[in-house]
Write a protein that binds this ligand. Structure first.
Ligand SMILES: [Zn+2]
Length: 565
């Protein structure tokens, strides 16, 4: 039998978490046909000697709802080995819609997900009404596989119009919303998402619609999934408090559906919160219910100079100083009274994202050769070396170098030990790339390549097999993505072929590839050789082939309906 594609001699990391092994992988009709020592030939052969061959990665937390309409690859997902994406997270989806509410949905996307309005206006044509119609739009036009959750915000606007951002829903409106959720699920949604983050507003400053839903409404909608035994429930409540876990427990028990909550991170400002969260979620799993915490792999690192710096924007004096002309700012930095005010803000007990510690920020690069000895030192170490208080040492070094000293700071994800425990936890689902969102502020398409490069190779917090499992079969199982996430005969031939010795992500960079000439940030990878979707190569060593083998991944209720028809 001649195969369509044969991948020779790679190390198969099959997504199960089991030890990897050297084998050939044969593909026929878009599926994995055979794995092992394969004699038959194929139309196309890839030599994968020295490379890992794994299932394609699944980015389950994206906001590519709009971008996929104009970019069949969801660039830069395949560049990082991602073959399947889930849209519709955080309460936001572009369906269902009815005439007149399109702009309410756009207003929410523009602000919460920071997608340029002109890109949405030019790129989204609104030629759909139901969630199923929306998914139909993608049939035959995809480079990667796409599935989606139905967002509470669109559902609420559909039922209530603009009043969705003003008041509680009536019983009749809740019934209407339940009907819309069911219709979306039967149209192929993989579940439902909601948003209660009190910082999430629309462009006009009004809260996003789902924030006005009380528990009765939200539970009534989630009950639709429970009654039909289908789909995941994705939530964002904002800063996670320990009391939220009672609510997750109640929802998980009531629906017996997988609940996803955001998020679990190591933050220097609250260095033990992640452990309290893991301790709080454990009883839910022990009781037999599922409430997975989402966690990011990308440390929130900033490189800054005091010439151009947003690291201290939470502190009013610091922020004001950063807006002064550089020469005036330098005089202020040298002024003793100003320093007193700066220090007072840094030592106040007010809760901030900035950790207010001197033993974390480091000197990364100096401008003057005689200061070379300070490179790599924390500001606390710098203070000791210079026999000064930390703030004085920080500002004086910077002033001596005309504010050109480059400093390094991490607010999140900086502690390897904590990150290892978080990423390895069975209760944690890795990934909140937010791909397609916040496009002017960053690009985290590479959360998977960073997991494999930084956390597996460099920091060795888990094995390659465990990491691949976290990127593939783990999300596929939770989201009910049939026949994906494992390399086994009969499974979809979605694959990433990469070099474990070099795999990583580059720093994000600017691009001009959004509609209406809007700018955004993109991210390249290193060491990712091929991305294969349903048996077809779409990324050949960094070159996109133009092939469109992607499929719409529809959920269980759609499949049941189709089977019954
Ligand atoms: Zn999100």
């Amino acid at each position: 039998m001649a195969y369509d594609l044969l991948i020779r001699g790679g190390r198969v990391v099959d997504g199960s978490g089991l030890p990897s092994y050297v084998a050939d992988v044969a593909v026929k009709d878009g599926k994995v046909a055979e794995i092992g020592k394969i004699k038959d030939g194929a139309t196309k052969t890839i030599d994968a000697g020295g490379l890992a061959v794994s299932p394609g990665f699944i980015d389950h937390h994206t906001h590519l709802d709009a971008q996929m309409l104009w970019d069949p690859y969801g660039t830069c997902e395949p560049q990082h080995g991602i073959t399947s994406v889930v849209m519709g997270n955080c309460g936001l989806s572009l369906a269902p819609v009815r005439q007149g509410i399109e702009d309410a949905v756009v207003k929410s996307f523009v602000r919460v997900e920071a997608i340029p309005r002109k890109a949405l206006e030019q790129g989204v044509k609104w030629n759909w009404r139901s969630y199923g119609d929306y998914l139909d739009n993608f049939e035959g036009k995809l480079g990667i596989n796409v599935g989606g959750l139905v967002g509470h915000i669109a559902v609420r606007h559909h039922a209530m119009g603009e009043e969705a951002v003003e008041r509680k829903a009536t019983g009749a409106e809740v019934q209407k919303m339940r009907g819309l959720v069911l219709e979306a699920m039967e149209g192929g949604a993989l579940g439902m998402s909601t948003n209660r983050n009190d910082r999430h507003m629309r462009e006009d400053g009004k809260p996003v619609a789902s924030r006005l839903a009380d528990d009765d409404e939200l539970f009534a909608l989630c009950d639709v999934l429970a009654e039909r035994n289908a789909g995941v429930i994705e939530t964002i409540l904002g800063r996670n408090k320990i009391e939220h876990f009672k609510w997750y427990h109640e929802l998980a028990k009531r629906t017996q559906r997988p609940i996803l909550w955001q998020s679990l991170q190591h933050r220097w400002a609250e260095p033990n919160l992640w452990r309290e969260q893991l301790d709080a979620v454990e009883p839910i799993f022990k009781a037999g219910y599922q409430a997975y915490g989402l966690s990011m792999t990308v440390p929130l690192v900033r490189h800054f100079t005091l010439k151009d710096c947003q690291v201290f924007d939470e502190f009013p004096t610091w922020k004001n100083l950063m807006f002064l002309p550089v020469e005036v700012r330098k005089q202020a930095f040298a002024d003793a009274d100003t320093r007193k005010k700066m220090l007072a803000e840094l030592t106040s007990s007010r809760e901030t994202n900035y950790h207010k510690r001197w033993d974390i920020p480091k000197v990364e690069r100096v401008a003057n050769a005689e200061n070379q000895k300070y490179v790599g030192k924390t500001l606390a170490e710098l203070a000791t070396m210079r026999n000064q208080a930390p703030l004085d040492a920080f500002l004086d070094l910077s002033l001596e170098e005309n504010l050109e000293t480059i400093f390094w700071n991490a607010n999140n994800g900086g502690d390897s030990k904590a990150m290892g425990e978080i990423l390895r936890s069975p209760y944690v689902l890795v990934g909140t790339s937010d791909a397609g969102a916040h496009v002017l502020f960053g690009a985290d398409f590479g959360y998977g390549t960073i997991l494999l490069g930084l956390w597996v190779r460099e920091r060795q917090v888990m094995t390659l097999e465990q990491a691949v499992h976290k990127l593939t079969f783990h999300p596929a199982s939770i989201f009910g993505l049939q026949d994906r996430g494992l390399l086994r005969p009969g499974y979809a031939a979605d694959m990433a072929i990469f070099d474990p010795k070099t795999i990583n992500a580059e720093e994000p960079e600017w691009a001009n590839d959004y509609p209406a000439g809007s700018k955004r940030m993109v991210q390249r990878s290193v060491g990712l050789h091929y991305t294969i979707v349903n048996g077809t190569v779409i990324n050949d060593q960094g070159h996109m082939t133009g092939e469109l083998p992607g499929q719409v991944m529809r959920g269980p209720l759609y499949r049941q309906q189709k089977a019954a028809a």
